[in-house]
Write a protein that binds this ligand. Structure first.
Ligand SMILES: [Zn+2]
Length: 81
């Protein structure tokens, strides 16, 4: 058996030097057996304001990676797509 339920997100590295990765979209309940391919509905480029540094950068869909995390998104959190 596996541990407690994990959630999975699309994450990119903030382009501000020495800043941290940021969550841009929620995928759902994490499934360790699934391969998370970037869906065709994701825009090739999108802008995202970083909550840590406050700067907005443009990101490419190819920069996305799936990232498991213990918590579901907060109700007021707004995904990019
Ligand atoms: Zn940042």
């Amino acid at each position: 058996m596996s541990g407690p339920v994990q959630h999975v997100y699309w994450v990119v590295n903030c382009q501000t030097k020495n800043c941290r990765p940021m969550f841009v979209s929620y995928i759902g309940i994490y499934d360790e057996h699934r391969v998370y391919g970037i869906p065709s509905t994701v825009p090739m480029q999108f802008e995202r304001c970083c909550e840590a540094c406050g700067r907005t950068h443009t990101y490419n869909a190819l920069e996305l990676r799936s990232h498991p995390f213990p918590s579901a998104p907060a109700p007021d959190w707004e995904p990019s797509f």
